[in-house]
Design a binder for this molecule. Structure first.
Ligand code: CA
Ligand code: CA
Length: 146
């Protein structure tokens, strides 16, 4: 089991125990442990580049940190962003934000973002991000991790 999940589960167990002891003898109910989700980013396809040429210097951020790229990505050429990426975890008390960007010599252009929250759709899915004339498709997979 990955350390992050183990730590999350341990934290949840400890806080449930603490809540249970606080509530002992009272009529309250213990807080349910949050659900943990695993998100695998698998593919990026640029349908329309943001730059006015045949490729973008695309990169992906998760919760504000760059996790892939920048890489030169031609239009309509799928790039496997899952090759060297870790799986990203979040729990139902938090969100996971994925952003797609194009790097430029000056200011970078954000194409768009999506956010997963408390009750994400599970399984494989695709989302289209559009912004600043760029059109990016991101394919990803979400599953429960606890
Ligand atoms: Ca650009
Ligand atoms: Ca660029």
């Amino acid at each position: 089991m990955p350390r992050r999940i183990r730590r999350a589960l341990l934290g949840a167990a400890l806080s449930a125990a603490a809540t249970a002891s606080l509530l002992a003898g009272s009529a309250g109910t213990a807080h349910a442990a949050p659900t943990v989700y695993a998100v695998h980013l698998s593919w990026l396809t640029i349908e329309a580049t943001q730059d006015n040429n045949s490729y973008d210097e695309a990169y992906i951020k998760v919760n504000g940190a760059t996790v892939w790229g920048p890489h030169d990505v031609p239009e309509n050429s799928p790039q496997n962003i899952g090759v060297s990426l870790p799986t990203f975890y979040y729990d139902s008390d938090h969100t996971l934000t994925v952003e797609a960007w194009d790097r430029d010599p000056g200011r970078d252009d954000r194409i768009g973002y999506f956010r997963l929250g408390a009750n994400p759709a599970l399984g494989g899915q695709a989302i289209q991000l559009r912004g600043n004339d760029g059109v990016y498709d991101i394919f990803f997979y979400v599953e429960r991790a606890n």
